[in-house]
Ligand binder design. Structure first.
Ligand SMILES: C[S@@+](CC[C@H](N)C(=O)[O-])C[C@H]1O[C@@H](n2cnc3c(N)ncnc32)[C@H](O)[C@@H]1O
Length: 246
């Protein structure tokens, strides 16, 4: 569905049908998807550039159409290493085909609700050195994890495993009562949506220092200099932020 919202071609009839239903009740969803994807690109460029990060653990990676994390990071420095994790076998098959020839990029079947399995996975350990700074990306994935599945505990386990100087990137759909109807078609999908408030999303950064501008609407997170503020348009109901572990 996400790939369809982004205008990609890697989606099936059932995805398109459910995505059309979401669009019918919450047309802003396409803007959320695009705003989120653009935020991801800017965050990775910041991390590989200004922050000097060379290894990335992207959980709930999705690998939809184009401009994926490894392409953005390795565009800054070809030495960047990336491990993608997703719990959807279809994503895995697609990703493996896309990455078959890339030794610095791996894809692993894993679930954000099982951080210890991710952190001890031989493929993750084979590519990433967790004694060195890493960027852990949880972009548009935590809103698929419900409170009873302990998303805060999962994030804490990941943060605990990060070396000082590491970064956590989170984007998350905002809780707005008027948008809940748009989440209903996801009830039949493989992941249901659990939107959260600003304070609830901020809690994912406990123990970290948010880098400026903090947790903001994804469109407002370090917009490209060439985009004038009046061209940014209204915000979308999705928060994004980057925290650093000191
Ligand atoms: C909306 S896409 C986000 C893709 C990418 N991170 C981005 O922001 O462009 C969400 C992805 O998270 C994956 N996902 C959902 N629940 C997950 C879980 N519990 N563990 C790992 N991945 C999950 C889905 O399969 C999907 O590929």
């Amino acid at each position: 569905m996400y790939d369809f919202f982004l205008g990609g071609k890697d989606n099936f009839a059932a995805d398109r049908e459910a995505a059309e239903q979401v669009m019918a009740v919450a047309p802003i969803t396409r803007e959320v998807a695009r705003g989120n994807r653009a935020f991801l690109g800017r965050a990775v460029r910041f991390l590989a550039g200004e922050a000097g990060i060379r290894q990335f653990l992207d959980i709930g990676a999705g690998l939809p159409t184009g401009a994926n994390v490894h392409q953005v990071a390795q565009g800054v420095d070809p030495e960047c290493r990336v491990v993608y994790v997703d719990n959807d076998p279809v994503v895995l098959a697609h990703a493996r085909a896309l990455l078959a020839t890339d030794a610095r990029t791996r894809v692993v079947l894993g679930d954000v609700r099982g951080p210890d399995e991710i952190l001890t996975d031989p493929d993750v350990r084979g590519v990433l050195d967790l004694s060195e700074p890493v960027a852990v990306l949880l972009v548009a994935v935590l809103h698929f994890v419900h409170d009873h599945e302990d998303p805060y505990g999962a994030v804490r386990a990941l943060v605990d495993a990060m070396a000082p100087g590491s970064f956590l990137v989170v984007s998350h759909v905002e809780y707005r009562p008027e948008l809940l109807r748009g989440a209903r078609p996801y009830d039949r999908a493989n992941a249901q949506v659990a939107p959260r408030t600003f304070d609830e999303v901020t809690r994912f950064f406990d123990g970290l220092e948010l880098v400026p501008p903090g947790l903001v609407n994804v469109r407002r997170w370090r917009p490209d200099a060439r985009v004038l503020s009046e061209q940014l348009g209204p915000g979308v109901p999705c928060f994004g932020g980057v925290g650093v572990k000191r």
